[in-house]
Design a protein around this ligand. Structure first.
Ligand code: CUA
Length: 330
């Protein structure tokens, strides 16, 4: 009876362990494939540590199971002591020196890799693109060298070093693109600097990794890596959109900033903030400027640092949406 119960417990445990690993797959058990040298170095450190810990886990659990079976009581009285041993010098040396060596190896490896993770590569400092990444409740705004801005989606040339100036002017956020390097906190008053060099064209997803308020979970981010001859015209056009207050930029801002907290269709009810369907303030330049610059009762001052062009673009988009006819006197 007891043996049956024991087998059942072991079998159940094995099933649970296997199910967990299977469900997690690459989605949680191992880091995603690295697409930047610094991300690769972080993964290298992860796998080294995983190797040691996996080995020790198997060793300890294996010996534990072996001893449980081999040295079970076999009907001996409960009050009978086990075989007494004291002081086995070789074993004690091994279990002291072993962990010390393992920790030394891990520490040396991490310190060896660290400069390549935090430090920006020296080569060709002239063509390094520098972008300001600002975390704000509840969106990411990117400012490019020519003054262009984009919201939530950062465009970069593939194969080039991109320096990121990670800042915040409201609360703590954390910039994290899974395949392009570790997390970098965006802290008010303390700019952080990181970089990446994307190895192949594509879209890389990320998220804010610091609880920053009600809509923290909506603070996703994307990095679009594209060839130089696609990036250059894109960034010029994006600047043009800002200068002219284009509704196309307004749409990007509305989707990235306003839509995190507001629905715009009456049928959808309300999200975190009130539903904005047919709200006259959206098409009133002065009214909307006051609102985004100062915030509302519960609304953060999302546009406190926006240029006039960015706000004009937003109003232009809302006017376009409402048919361009009626609206404020903006
Ligand atoms: Cu920003 Cu969480």
């Amino acid at each position: 009876m007891r043996r049956k119960l024991f087998s059942l417990v072991v079998a159940t445990a094995l099933v649970l362990v296997a199910a967990g690993a299977a469900a997690a797959a690459n989605g949680g058990f191992t880091p995603p494939t690295a697409h930047s040298p610094n991300a690769q170095r972080i993964n290298d450190a992860y796998y080294l540590i995983l190797g040691f810990t996996a080995f020790i886990f198997v060793l300890v659990e294996g010996v534990l199971l072996l001893f449980v079976v081999k040295y079970r009581s076999r009907g001996r009285g409960r009050e009978v002591d086990g075989f007494q041993i004291h002081g086995h010098r070789r074993t004690e040396l091994i279990w002291t020196a072993g962990p010390v060596l393992i920790l030394a190896v891990i520490a040396s490896f991490v310190f060896y890799k660290l400069p390549g993770i935090t430090g920006v590569p020296q080569a060709s400092a002239a063509d390094q693109l520098q972008v300001t990444v600002e975390g704000r409740q509840f969106y990411w705004q990117f400012t490019y060298p020519n003054g262009a801005v984009s919201v939530d989606t950062l465009h970069v040339p593939v194969g080039e070093v991109v320096r990121l100036n990670v800042i915040s002017r409201d609360v703590d956020h954390s910039w994290w693109i899974f395949e392009l390097g570790g997390k970098w906190d965006a802290i008010p008053g303390h700019p952080n600097h990181t970089w990446f060099k994307v190895d192949q064209p594509g879209t890389y997803e990320g998220t804010c990794a610091e609880l920053c308020g009600l809509q923290h979970a909506a603070m996703r981010a994307w990095v679009v890596a594209e060839p130089r001859d696609v990036y250059n015209p894109w960034v010029s056009a994006q600047k043009q959109k800002l200068d002219t207050g284009s509704p196309a930029l307004g749409q990007e801002v509305a989707a990235g900033v306003c839509a995190k907290c507001h629905y715009f269709n009456q049928k959808q009810g309300s999200l975190v903030g009130p539903n904005l369907a047919n709200n006259a303030r959206l098409t009133d330049l002065n009214g909307l400027t006051t609102l985004v610059r100062n915030g509302g009762v519960l609304m953060p001052a999302v546009g406190k640092y926006w240029s006039d062009g960015q706000i004009r673009a937003l109003v232009a988009y809302f006017k376009q949406q409402s048919g361009g006819a009626s609206g404020g006197q903006g």
